[in-house]
Design a protein around this ligand. Structure first.
Ligand SMILES: *[C@@H]1O[C@H](CO)[C@@H](O)[C@H](O)[C@H]1NC(C)=O
Ligand SMILES: *[C@@H]1O[C@H](CO)[C@@H](O)[C@H](O)[C@H]1NC(C)=O
Ligand SMILES: *[C@@H]1O[C@H](CO)[C@@H](O)[C@H](O)[C@H]1NC(C)=O
Ligand SMILES: *[C@@H]1O[C@H](CO)[C@@H](O)[C@H](O)[C@H]1NC(C)=O
Ligand SMILES: *[C@@H]1O[C@H](CO)[C@@H](O)[C@H](O)[C@H]1NC(C)=O
Length: 420
């Protein structure tokens, strides 16, 4: 009896041990990848990144990217809370599955502009199904670069780095992160298809030079939604080859406004076609909504552009088409622009202007603007310089609804604009 009991109980124990060890292996298999939860790679825990503001995050980040990008199931890389130093990083695709970078910490660039040989800090390149998230901050530490000291002695001024470059991405979401004090443009979007910026924040001083918020070029399907931009140049600038863009819920100021162009400076520019700018608020900016092209120079087209439900407060030039755009006297001012503008509407634009010239629609004499509409415009200006006025040249806009100032009621000055 005793022997039989012992035999049965030991069999039972072996059986139980086998089951529990199989369970442990199963759990280990799930938790094992990346050393955390399923598909989560922590750059600190797994790749030795240090939030000490001096150890370069570059290698840990690139190592994590290499592993995540090679995985055949979706992966998420996490940069946890803390402050990191990152010299530079280019995160290349294609990846085998969707990939997310969740930045919870603050990532700082070298403050010295001379540390950069090329105009880039962080680049996301040729990735499909990419997401950037996490509430973190990319700090370009631009203060020294803004002074432009020693530009004549060094050649880094022309190659100041752009904080974030999104090159040739397809189906990307950039959500809830901040770019701060970039040395040059904050964001450059090039060759992307279906990319959305949402709850994105751009922050730099009003006097920081050439710090456009989001520059978009040669891309199809870009959405900029519920985004806050304070910077020293255009909040959003839209270059040639941009198609099917939606800008909605952007607040801009300080800054130079939301601009299409400048167009017509370079050879072989592609058309700008289909841009809707809606439900945006601009405060203390030099421009509101603008299309600009250079006199003379190169041909191009820009069509199907709609600005709607825009609030302007103390904006110098709230509505402006400027085909005599000529900053730094870089053009032949007696020539006309070769960029054809058509199908452009301004609807429900209201608020106050800082200068009397609230509406300026200055088109090319050789290629007059076609099908421009002004619907419900109400922009006030008060001060010793008189009430708001509206200037037009080489355009016969179709007007409807309220028009304050009265459309095209004031003479156009002969000189081109010199502001950037
Ligand atoms: C666009 O990209 C998003 C991811 O950001 C994706 O959910 C959506 O399906 C894509 N749309 C199309 C038409 O592919
Ligand atoms: C308008 O923009 C604000 C952000 O400024 C956003 O919260 C709101 O949802 C937008 N409304 C619509 C109808 O898109
Ligand atoms: C606009 O400028 C005025 C005067 O400088 C300032 O008081 C106000 O805070 C500014 N508004 C914004 C939204 O920056
Ligand atoms: C309007 O903007 C100008 C700068 O363009 C600024 O100097 C002025 O203080 C602002 N006024 C108000 C009332 O915000
Ligand atoms: C302008 O709009 C009209 C009517 O919607 C359309 O037929 C025409 O193709 C548009 N022009 C361009 C250059 O897209």
């Amino acid at each position: 009896m005793a022997l039989q009991f012992n035999f049965i109980s030991s069999m039972l124990i072996i059986l139980l041990l086998t089951i529990s060890s199989a369970k442990a292996q199963e759990a280990g298999g799930v938790g094992g990848r990346g050393g955390g939860d399923g598909g989560v790679i922590d750059v600190v825990a797994k790749f030795g990144a240090k939030a000490d503001e001096k150890t370069d995050l570059s290698k840990p980040l690139l190592d994590a990217w290499k592993e995540a990008c090679a995985s055949t199931s979706p992966e998420k890389i996490v940069i946890p809370k803390g402050t990191y130093f990152l010299s530079t990083a280019t995160l290349d695709g294609p990846c085998k599955a969707p990939i997310e970078l969740q930045v919870e910490g603050i990532v700082k660039a070298p403050a010295d502009p001379g540390a950069f040989k090329e105009p880039k800090w962080i680049v996301f390149n040729r990735i499909e199904n990419f997401k950037l998230s996490g509430g973190g901050v990319f700090d370009g530490q631009g203060t020294i670069a803004y002074k432009r000291e020693g530009c004549d002695k060094h050649n880094f001024c022309g190659s100041l780095p752009i904080n974030l470059r999104f090159d040739f991405l397809t189906n990307a979401m950039i959500q809830g992160v901040t770019t701060k004090d970039s040395k040059q443009f904050h964001v450059n979007v090039l060759g992307c298809k279906n990319i959305t910026f949402e709850h994105f924040i751009v922050s730099a001083p009003g006097e920081s030079p050439n710090t456009d918020g989001i520059h978009i070029g040669r891309s199809d399907g870009v959405n900029v939604l519920n985004t806050e931009i304070k910077t020293g140049d255009d909040c959003v600038s839209i270059g040639d080859g941009s198609k099917n863009l939606v800008i909605n819920g952007v607040t801009c100021g300080p800054g130079h406004g939301i601009s299409i162009g400048s167009l017509g400076l370079f050879k072989n520019e592609e058309p700008v076609d289909g841009v809707t700018v809606k439900n945006c608020t601009l405060t203390n900016t030099s421009n509101g909504v603008r299309i600009k092209s250079w006199p003379g120079a190169e041909p191009g087209t820009c069509s199907n552009i709609h600005f709607e439900d825009i609030t302007v407060t103390n904006v110098s030039s709230p509505i402006i088409i400027d085909q005599k755009y000529c900053p730094w006297n870089k053009c032949k001012i007696n020539e006309e622009s070769k960029v054809k503008l058509s199908n452009i509407s301004f609807k429900n634009i209201h608020g106050t202007s800082a200068l009397p010239e609230a509406v300026k629609i200055i088109c090319s004499a050789t290629l007059p603007c076609e099908n421009v509409e002004l619907i419900d415009i109400e922009i006030m200006h008060s001060g010793p310089t008189g009430p708001a006025v509206s200037q037009c040249s080489n355009v016969k806009p179709k007007v409807s609804g309220k028009q304050n100032p009265t459309a095209c009621s004031a003479p156009v000055p002969a000189n081109p604009t010199s502001t950037s």
